[in-house]
Design a binder for this molecule. Structure first.
Ligand code: NOJ
Length: 669
């Protein structure tokens, strides 16, 4: 990274320097002074840059918009006013990877006004944290700008060096269900989604994403002229317009995490901090849970969503899942294919779904009475087939229907190339719909697990009933994807890319790896890695996806039974994106710790120190690890389960087989 002039006065957190002529240099430092963002008007055009430890990470980069018909809103500005402030508050999460989040930043507001013509106003707000920065645009209420259309957001991120980035294509795949690729920024050769994670040559990480995506289009990025400048590309409406707006209006925050290592990257809370505080007064009804469900059997084509002699969501089948859940520490049972609408073609044809009419062989009263007796809840399912109009028309009644039967969590789905036959899921149209669902669900006290979403941006801070989302190439690809399933590398990339956007409903826990219907497709892990993933990939709703019979009598299942889904602390002990990860998490409700270690296709030996344990406590570590002859392709089920005493001085050697892993339950005595 290029060295820049040393700014000595880090005691002054915010410096405003008036340079010659009308150019103004404006700098805002992070609380500890290690990072600053600088705003500059160059000949009336707004730019910013970001500097960490006196090294420029993001060079002067453009800001601004094109509005309406090529009406530029990115030049001819003067600075009307600047203000600064500081903020330091700690808030508590109802669930999460840790309990308390510190929100500590310095803020700079720059109010711009066009020098001539309509003299329209545009405000930029920068917040600089010790681990990165965020900025957003505000369009204040003003006489000469009321209703407007954004045809392009001109924001750029001009990286100072050509570094390696991990990315997925934005438009060609569906709902972010792609495998991440690594390339130099200049060689990305595509429009890609965020979070985009960049590795520096000295082991640091930069992640570009957004926070509080509300009434706006999702942000994608592409390298301009194959350079290291990433330009924003907002997902358009079918009209070509990116965003329809009316002043006063604010964009989402553009976020840049600058992390010294992978642990700092995963523990950055910039995205959550840039969302609004919780709007739900009483969150007692919002509860993380582990679930099993009528699900994998459909993906294996053993049963059907729609009516048939193989219909999965029949009363007897659901009740057997309830029995299993009650006996094995699962709080809930997901049931898909319970309502009218699945018969015939439903993907992209969601108008036929009725969310208050169960199939005749699904006796909802009997089932939910039985579940209540057993202390288990159902997770309902609303597949919309992409018809948001049909769903919105029924949504309130649909939630009320479920609530009547004590169901307070719903998995939603949007399988369709386009929403309502015309709009992209990540467009402003989609964003508006998803938010409406979360708000309506919050009012009905319903938790949501959203599939085929727009990429998450931290809305769960404001609405913690948004528990988890898909937006990932998940375990279902191991049942039927034509390319053989998820390669072993996939889950070693996710913690540092997709997972930074929020909880992931990946649905691992498969114990039988080959689908007889598509024998060329399989789970490309060892059994021990399936267990480790419960610690590595975070979600407050976590599924054990397999057929129940595959768990019966398997001692490895003990780990899934006991692993928590809510944590008070998270540490990335070691890792290399795309190669391996070792994650340690502390249970929120006990003194137990859990370790998940996973590798890609390469076997490896790891040495893990337990220095994170309480120095005054003794523990027993129960280890579920690959046997020495395990290998994902030829011998995936070979596992060793053993116990040893442990304390803060323990150093554990673990062998991870090719495609393998290890899961450790460190139980406090
Ligand atoms: C795709 C979802 O990801 C999957 O979990 C669900 O079973 C099907 N759609 C049907 O809704």
């Amino acid at each position: 990274m290029k060295k820049i002039k040393l700014i000595t006065s880090i005691l002054l957190t915010i410096i405003i320097v008036t340079a010659c002529n009308s150019n103004k240099e404006i700098i805002v430092f992070s609380p500890s002074g290690n990072i600053f963002a600088e705003f500059e008007l160059k000949n009336g055009k707004p730019y910013y840059r970001i500097v960490k430890n006196n090294k420029q990470v993001i060079d002067f980069s453009r800001l601004g918009f094109d509005l309406n018909e090529k009406n530029s809103f990115n030049e001819n500005f003067m600075i009307k006013n600047t203000t600064e402030s500081s903020f330091d508050q700690t808030w508590e999460q109802p669930w999460g990877e840790e309990i308390f989040v510190r929100n500590h930043y310095n803020e700079l507001t720059v109010e711009l006004q066009e020098i001539e013509g309509k003299q329209r106003l545009l405000t930029l707000i920068f917040r600089v944290f010790d681990d990165g920065a965020g900025f957003r645009y505000v369009f204040p209420e003003q006489p000469n700008l009321t209703d407007f259309e954004i045809t392009d957001e001109l924001t750029e991120f001009s990286l100072s060096e050509d570094l390696h980035a991990w990315h997925i294509t934005a438009y060609k795949g569906e709902y972010y269900e792609n495998l991440y690729k690594k390339s130099l920024i200049s060689k990305i050769g595509d429009t890609v989604s965020t979070p985009l994670t960049i590795e520096t040559d000295d082991g640091q990480y930069i992640t570009i994403h957004e926070a509080n995506l509300a009434d706006y289009a999702a942000m994608n990025l592409y390298p301009k002229h194959n350079s290291t400048t990433l330009k924003v590309d907002l997902t358009p409406w079918s009209t070509g317009i990116k965003v329809y707006a009316r002043t006063p209006f604010a964009t989402p925050w553009r976020t840049v995490i600058l992390a010294n290592n992978l642990n700092a990257l995963v523990n950055s809370r910039i995205m959550l901090n840039l969302n609004e505080p919780c709007k739900i007064e009483n969150t007692d009804w919002i509860k993380p849970s582990k679930y099993v469900g009528i699900w994998w059997e459909m993906h294996l084509e053993k049963s059907t969503w729609g009516q048939s002699e193989k219909h999965g969501a029949n009363t007897k089948n659901v009740m057997s899942f309830i029995d299993f859940a009650a006996a094995n520490n699962f709080q809930s049972v997901l049931v898909e294919g319970w309502n009218y609408g699945w018969d015939g073609k439903w993907s992209g044809h969601g108008e036929q779904f009725i969310f208050t009419k169960p199939y005749p062989d699904f006796d909802i009263k009997k089932i939910t009475d039985y579940a209540t007796k057993k202390g288990v809840k159902l997770i309902g399912h609303h597949e919309t087939g992409g018809s948001t109009v049909n769903y919105e028309n029924q949504m309130k009644d649909a939630f009320a229907f479920y609530k009547k039967y004590g169901i307070d969590a719903v998995k939603t789905g949007y399988v369709a190339k386009l929403l309502d036959g015309k709009e992209l899921h990540s467009s402003q149209y989609g964003v508006r719909h998803y938010r409406k669902v979360i708000e309506t669900a919050a009012n009905s006290q319903i938790m949501i697990d959203n599939h085929e979403p727009v990429m998450p941006t931290g809305l769960q801070r404001t609405y913690p009933n948004l528990m988890t989302q898909e937006g990932v190439r998940g375990q279902e690809y191991d049942a039927w994807s034509r390319d053989g399933g998820n390669p072993p590398e996939h889950t070693t990339v996710l913690p540092f890319t997709r997972c930074l956007a929020g909880p992931v409903d990946f649905t691992f826990g498969t114990f039988s790896f080959i689908n007889p219907v598509y024998p060329q497709t399989r789970v490309q892990t060892t059994l021990a890695k399936q267990l480790a993933l419960y610690v590595v990939i975070y979600s407050p709703l976590q599924m054990a996806s397999d057929l129940l019979e595959n768990y019966e009598g398997n001692p490895a299942f003990e780990f899934i039974r006991i692993v928590p889904v809510d944590w008070s602390e998270t540490i990335i002990k070691e890792g290399k994106i795309g190669d391996y990860v070792v994650t340690a998490r502390k249970d929120k409700h006990s003194d137990d710790w859990f370790i998940g270690a996973i590798t890609d296709e390469n076997e490896r030996n790891l040495r893990i120190d337990f220095s994170f344990l309480d120095k005054d406590k003794k523990y027993t570590a129960k280890i579920f690890k690959d046997a020495s002859d395990a290998e994902w392709k030829t011998n995936p089920y070979s596992i060793v389960i053993e116990e040893q005493e442990a304390d803060a001085n323990t150093i554990m050697d673990l062998y991870l087989a090719s495609g393998g892993g290890a899961a450790v339950w460190i139980k406090a005595e």
